[in-house]
Design a binder for this molecule. Structure first.
Ligand code: ZN
Length: 134
């Protein structure tokens, strides 16, 4: 359950170890995301995706947070490890497998070519509001 305020939602996963049991936490619906889906995922050691998948419209970015393993992509397999960041086009046929340790990663999914502006192109500095550290 998320804490919901105007312009703000806060969700607590309860620590990454909770994923070891569930395997996956989808954040989008809980937080009310409208432009992307974010999931936090865990694959137990020596196990892998139970299927290869692609998407209709969405590209994905996989951020490997912990562990290592294999990323299958369109017939090729390559090693991944903590710090690997992988972008996949919608049509890419993909799957993951954990190595000798649990593989923990975040997957961000958004419609390809939907981003109009970002970072400083979209951000607005609010000069008349101060926080406790400003
Ligand atoms: Zn996917």
């Amino acid at each position: 359950m998320a804490k919901v305020l105007k312009n703000f939602q806060l969700m607590e996963l309860g620590g990454m170890s909770v994923l070891t049991d569930k395997g996956r936490a989808e954040i989008g619906d809980t937080l009310g995301l409208t432009g992307c889906e974010i999931s936090v995922n865990s694959i137990p050691a020596e196990r892998g995706s139970e299927f290869v998948h692609a998407h209709k419209r969405n590209e994905e970015v996989y951020l490997i947070l912990r562990g290592s393993g294999i990323f299958y992509m369109d017939g090729e397999e390559f090693p991944i490890r903590e710090g690997s960041v992988i972008r996949v086009d919608p049509a890419g046929k993909r799957a993951l497998k954990a190595g000798k340790e649990e593989l923990l990663y975040i997957c961000i999914q958004a419609e390809k070519n939907s981003l109009i502006q970002k970072t400083f192109g979209d951000g607005v500095v609010i000069k008349d509001v101060k926080t406790s550290w400003l």
